[in-house]
Design a protein around this ligand. Structure first.
Ligand SMILES: [Zn+2]
Length: 835
């Protein structure tokens, strides 16, 4: 008697023939269509996966693959239903988030999706982001909205609940649905109007303590993103509408992304374009006499000594903003003008309009018609001249003489329009740098590195909010007289020594907010890893880690294989999350569907099962297809999954191998396939080897050799990186921590990574340096700094060499893999070995 049946009978108390008959009827459809029936196994016949067929559409993107494979369906524009497969992925993402949120002591809660307009007016955001809010009224005409984020609600909750300073710090998070009425929802889950998001809010007693929290969350985020094994970037960012003054963003580089992330090829500088700077090349000092105006058609206008104008208009349409600059050669990707820079000077700039001059002219016309006055009221021109143009030219521009707008019409002065002559410097005295960073510009941090631009999609952020919300929401506590803040190391170095309070004092809670888009993450992973065959999930969020597929007639064997795998893995306490494809579709259909769904591992139970109880294990991402006997199967899959998770260059975070460019994206290898002859590649000695002439076995041998070499090299790379980071940290500590200004003050000395004792620094002139192999030498701080600088540089040089070797080897590996794949495919005409 199986599980459901015994349960059914147990509930009824006695076996009833009617119940038995009904149950038999219930079960019949399963028995007639499927050979397994109902049991505890993860059978795909029991999971509702309405597929859109296994034939790909033309130019299908990852979102269409998600729909076709049955992960989700669109309900309305920018609004989606998660189907069982998609929900499995979402649940796994949530589990991953829970794990890392618990690791920093955050409590999970679930705030209502409905927020009140009243609360949003208090924070001043109701009008600021009005157009993106889903607003509605209840029957009493009270205004509500579907929350796009929860700063207001959580601050109000905490302000009304926390009464004593002793209750802080508090870290609260939720994973919930959020709403944003996007004007143009697009790319499926990447920009939708309803989405799932994890948001953490933290409340601390002081900015210093909030900074400790900030750093702990950032470290947790790095661990979290590392686990996904997808290349990511951590960028310094602008905090935008949310307020606050310290912010980091977590991105996946992808061509679908709408952010531009700037990073340095030599140092660890990474920033969002909105915030990024470049080291400024020297300004031009010629007379400006031989400069000529060109129309701003990109590409054509890159001759020497030419300049052009970009126009913008203010939101009220009264101000025309002209940005004058010299077009640079080879600039690609839209407008060269950095609208963020323009906005920092003219804050009312409407950055979303196409024909600014026309809009401005129409507004003037309307203005004159309405007022019946000769000169338009309030109309104004602001000329901004990029610092690269010679200053004599700037003077002419400011006079309004060379604006092509006035070639056939009266100049602005005769129309009574004020021309504001903005100087070449910003209010804080910096030169007016109005152009976007272009590929190859100099790094502002290390000066000799060149900058790289990548399109990326933002998946997470960390904002230090300070009192941005605790001030209007009155989230305050009172510190008693004599309260002494525990001195905490800040990211700058060391805090001032704590001083006990003379009298009690009311303080605002210092907040941080930290989000990760759950649905967006799912869309972005799909986008980043999908290839021409289908989706590709990282192990940690795959709907199932593996699927068992029987060839025709091997259904019984597939159940045995499934049971052997689902029963637990020898080297891990976890049970393998495996599914059994017991659907009635044909075997080739199931194989194609499995590729489309993107299981990390496919186990085929085919002909060799009957002969010697072995199965074929396939792993598309690793390019593996191997015959494995049942008794070694679980261990082999275990090993593959570990490899699958292994990151070729260690964590791809900002401070490490971000620039290495080794990613899992299969389409990279197909690009390579198109651009180079796949069968010819150069060997280390400089000869070329014709890969096409090698047998599959020889190719596998070559591949294996490359694999091993790469594994060794990449682990060395990671170790070197870690060593370099350690020396950098030492250098930083000397510069910020061992200075005369710290002498005599209380500092916190770490005994372990989480236990500190107060102490004072006795000597700021000398430090003890571990010079290697267990020898410690006392050095002056100056000498120690020199020592560490030399170490960092030495390792940097080694890393550079090693990186190019790794890059070369991995390119070779990809070529071998492609040739191997082509060979296997053509040899088998695409049919899996089992049939
Ligand atoms: Zn740099």
């Amino acid at each position: 008697m199986n599980f459901q049946r015994s349960q059914l009978l147990a509930r009824c108390g006695r076996p009833s023939s009617i119940i038995e008959r009904r149950y038999a009827r219930l079960q019949r459809p399963y028995q007639s269509n499927h050979w397994g029936g109902l049991d505890q196994r993860s059978r795909l016949s029991k999971v509702w996966t309405p597929t859109g067929g296994i034939a790909p559409g033309a130019n299908e993107d990852a979102h269409s693959k998600l729909v076709r494979a049955g992960f989700l369906r669109q309900a309305h524009s920018g609004i989606f239903h998660m189907l069982p497969l998609g929900l499995r992925v979402q649940t796994k993402v949530e589990k991953l988030l829970d794990k890392h949120m618990y690791s920093i002591g955050a409590s999970k809660l679930d705030l209502s999706s409905i927020s009140s307009e009243e609360l949003w007016s208090m924070s001043g955001r109701l009008n600021a982001i009005n157009s993106e809010l889903f607003r509605f009224k209840d029957r009493k005409e009270a205004g509500f909205l579907l929350a796009p984020t929860h700063e207001e609600e959580i601050t109000s909750l905490v302000a009304n609940t926390i009464k004593s300073y002793k209750e802080l710090p508090v870290r609260l998070y939720q994973i919930s649905r959020k709403y944003r009425d996007e004007l143009r929802p697009r790319h499926g889950l990447l920009r939708s109007r309803e989405f799932s998001m994890k948001d953490l809010y933290t409340f601390d007693l002081s900015p210093n303590l909030a900074m400790v929290t900030y750093n702990q969350v950032r470290e947790a985020y790095v661990r979290l993103f590392d686990e996904l094994k997808v290349r990511y970037l951590v960028a310094e960012a602008d905090s935008g509408d949310i307020g606050g003054d310290l912010s980091h963003e977590y991105h996946f580089p992808t061509s679908m992304g709408e952010d531009h992330i700037i990073s340095c090829r030599s140092c660890d500088y990474v920033a969002n374009e909105e915030l990024a700077e470049s080291a400024l090349p020297p300004a031009t000092h010629d007379s400006g006499a031989n400069w000529s105006f060109v129309t701003s058609d990109l590409g054509a206008a890159s001759a020497k000594n030419t300049f052009t104008v970009w126009r913008g208009v203010s939101r009220d349409r009264n101000t025309l903003i002209n940005v004058w600059y010299s077009p640079r050669e080879g600039f690609q990707g839209g407008s060269e003008v950095n609208t963020h820079a323009v906005k920092s000077i003219v804050s009312d700039l409407d950055s979303g309009v196409e024909n600014a001059a026309l809009l401005w002219a129409q507004a003037i016309e309307k203005n004159i018609l309405e007022t019946q006055e000769a000169s338009p009221r309030g109309a104004k021109i602001v000329n901004l001249v990029d610092y690269r143009l010679p200053s004599s030219l700037a003077a002419t521009i400011h006079s309004g003489e060379i604006d092509p707008l006035w070639t056939n019409s009266p100049p602005p002065s005769s129309l009574g329009i004020a021309t504001s002559t903005t100087a070449e410097n910003t209010s804080d005295g910096k030169p007016l740098n109005l152009l976007r960073i272009s590929e190859g510009d100099s790094c502002p941090r290390c000066n000799d590195g060149s900058l790289k631009i990548e399109k990326a999609i933002e998946l997470g952020h960390a904002f230090y909010l300070g009192a941005r919300y605790s001030d209007p929401m009155k989230a305050v506590v009172t510190l008693p007289a004599g309260y002494c803040e525990p001195a905490a190391p800040t990211i700058e170095g060391f805090a001032e020594a704590p001083v006990p309070l003379n009298s009690s004092q009311q303080v605002q809670m210092q907040m941080g907010c930290y989000g990760i888009g759950v649905s967006r993450l799912i869309g972005a992973v799909a986008e980043t890893l999908a290839d021409e065959k289908g989706l590709n999930w990282p192990r940690v969020i795959a709907p199932y880690e593996a699927v068992v597929i029987p060839a025709r007639g091997q259904e019984e064997g597939a159940v045995d294989v499934y049971d052997a795998l689902a029963g637990g893995r020898p080297t891990s306490s976890d049970v393998l999350d495996v599914a059994l494809d017991d659907r009635t579709n044909s075997f080739p259909w199931k194989m194609q569907d499995a590729d489309l769904v993107g299981y990390p591992i496919i186990v085929v139970v085919g002909r060799s099962w009957k002969n010697n109880r072995s199965c074929e294990v396939q792993c598309r991402r690793l390019g593996i297809k191997e015959e494995i006997p049942l008794d070694g199967l679980a261990a082999y899959i275990d090993k593959l999954l570990v490899q699958f998770g292994a990151n070729p260059l260690g964590p791809h975070k900002a401070t490490t191998s971000r620039k290495a460019g080794l990613s899992y994206q299969r389409h990279r290898s197909s690009q390579l396939y198109q651009t180079t002859n796949p069968s010819i590649m150069s060997s280390p000695a400089g000869q070329t080897v014709d890969l096409g002439g090698l047998s599959t076995q020889q190719l596998s041998q070559v591949k294996k050799q490359f694999d091993e070499e790469l594994e060794h090299l990449t682990s060395s790379f990671t170790q070197l990186r870690a060593a370099q980071a350690k020396f950098r940290e030492c250098l930083n500590s000397i510069n910020t921590g061992v200075s005369p200004k710290v002498e005599g003050k209380t500092i916190l000395v770490p005994l372990t990574s989480s236990l500190y004792v107060p102490g004072t620094l006795a000597d700021t002139e000398n430090v003890i340096v571990d010079v290697g192999t267990g020898f410690y030498v006392e050095k002056s701080t100056k000498d120690a700094a020199k020592f560490y600088t030399a170490k960092v540089e030495e390792l940097g040089a080694n890393l550079k060499d090693l990186e190019s070797i790794v890059q070369g080897k991995s390119n070779n590996l990809r070529v071998v893999e492609d040739v191997l794949r082509q060979k296997v495919l053509s040899g088998n005409a695409g049919a899996p070995a089992a049939e």
